[in-house]
Design a protein around this ligand. Structure first.
Ligand code: RIB
Ligand code: CA
Length: 311
C-alpha cells in the first residue's frame, strides 16, 4: 500500500506517522506538511523527530504555511504543547530534514507517476490538498483513495466554533474545495473519535514498553493528559489521526460506516467550519464520503503495539 501522509504534526499525527512507518504493508512514499496544530516550521521539525526516533528515511516536504483564506493562530497548545509534540523534554539529535520542493508539487507529481496506486491520508487541515486540486483538477481521478480525518456528522466539534472540528475549522475553504471535488472520501470524524477511544489498559501497556519509540509515545502524551486532568476532563485517550491511519492500513477494522453527502459551512457566525451532513434517507444529494462510525478497537491496539515495540 503506497501512502502519502499530509500532516500538521501534532501529537496524534506523530503517532499516526509512527503507525504507518512501522507497518510492513505500508510504503510511505513521502510526508507532506501543513500548518494547523502548530506553525509550519514546528510541524516540519516534528516530522523530522519522528523519522529520527523511528530511524527511517522518508522524504518530507514543506507545504502551506497558512490556510487559503482563514487567519491562522496557534490555539492548540492545551492539547499539543508549545512544540506540537507535547513539550518534549528531550529529542534525539536531528538527523532528518525536509527535502527541497513543495509538498503540493509532490502530491501532484507522485500521484501522476503512479496513477491509481497512491492513497493520500490527510490528517490535518486540507490546505495542501485544495492547492493540489487547483493546480491539477484531475487529482481525484489519479489517487487510489483520499482518506481524511475531519469534520463531525452530528455537529459535535472540538473548537471555539463548537459544532466545528479542528481540521475543517482551520481551513474551511480548503475543505469545501476538497469535499466538492472528491466523490468517495474515507472520512473519520470527531464523532468516530469520541466513539472509539483507546482503552486505558491498552494505553498503560503501551506506555510501559521499553525503547525510544515507546518513550516518544509516552512523553508526547504525558502533557496532554496532565492538562486534561488538571482542567477536570476525564482523560480519555482520544486517537483521531491514529484511528484514521489504522482504518487506512487495515480497512477490515471498519465495523460500520455510512455513506453521506457532506459539505462545509463557510459563512455561519456560529457554524463556519462545520461539516453539514445530508442525513435524509429519501431525496438526498449524491454521497461523497464513506464515514466510519464503528471500529474494531482491538485491531487498532495491535497497530499501536507494532509501532511502540522496540526494534
Ligand atoms: O480534530 C482533531 C484533528 O485536529 C487531529 O488531526 C489533530 O491532530 C488536530 O489536527
Ligand atoms: Ca492532525
Amino acid at each position: 500500500m503506497k501512502l502519502i501522509i499530509d500532516t500538521d504534526a501534532g501529537v496524534d499525527d506523530a503517532h499516526a506517522l509512527m503507525m504507518a512507518l512501522a507497518c510492513p504493508d505500508a510504503q510511505v512514499e513521502c510526508i507532506t506538511t501543513v500548518v494547523g496544530n502548530i506553525d509550519l516550521e514546528n510541524v516540519v521539525r516534528n516530522v523530522g523527530t519522528v523519522l529520527d526516533v523511528m530511524d527511517v528515511d522518508v522524504p518530507f516536504y514543506r507545504g502551506a504555511h497558512l490556510p487559503l483564506v482563514a487567519p491562522w493562530r496557534f490555539e492548540t497548545e492545551f492539547v499539543h504543547g508549545s512544540d506540537g509534540l507535547g513539550d518534549l523534554r528531550q529529542r534525539p539529535p536531528a538527523r532528518h530534514f525536509p527535502a527541497d520542493g513543495h509538498a503540493v508539487t509532490q502530491i501532484i507529481e507522485r500521484s501522476a507517476a503512479a496513477p491509481g496506486e497512491i492513497t493520500l491520508v490527510a490528517i490535518g487541515p486540507l490546505t495542501n490538498v485544495a492547492l493540489a486540486l487547483r493546480l491539477d483538477p484531475d487529482l481525484p481521478k489519479r489517487l487510489k483513495r483520499l482518506v481524511v480525518m475531519g469534520g463531525s456528522l452530528h455537529a459535535v466539534g472540538n473548537t471555539d466554533i463548537f459544532p466545528a472540528e479542528f481540521n475543517i475549522y482551520c481551513d474551511p475553504e480548503a475543505a469545501h474545495m476538497v469535499f466538492e471535488a472528491f466523490t468517495d472520501i474515507l472520512l473519520v470524524t470527531w464523532d468516530a473519535t469520541l466513539a472509539n477511544p483507546l482503552p486505558t489498559p491498552v494505553f498503560e501497556e503501551l506506555t510501559s514498553q521499553p525503547g525510544p519509540r515507546a518513550a516518544l509515545y509516552r512523553d508526547s502524551c504525558e502533557g496532554m493528559l496532565k492538562r486534561l486532568e488538571e482542567a477536570g476532563y476525564e482523560a480519555e485517550v482520544l486517537i483521531p489521526d491514529t484511528l484514521t491511519m489504522a482504518v487506512t492500513l487495515r480497512p477490515g477494522l471498519i465495523v460500520a460506516s455510512e455513506r453521506h453527502h457532506v459539505a462545509v459551512e463557510l459563512r455561519g457566525s456560529m457554524s463556519r467550519g462545520q461539516t453539514i451532513t445530508d442525513h435524509r434517507s429519501w431525496v438526498r444529494q449524491t454521497p461523497n464520503v464513506e464515514c466510519v462510525t464503528e471500529v474494531e478497537i482491538g485491531g487498532v491496539a495491535d497497530l499501536f503495539r507494532q509501532f511502540v515495540a522496540p526494534v
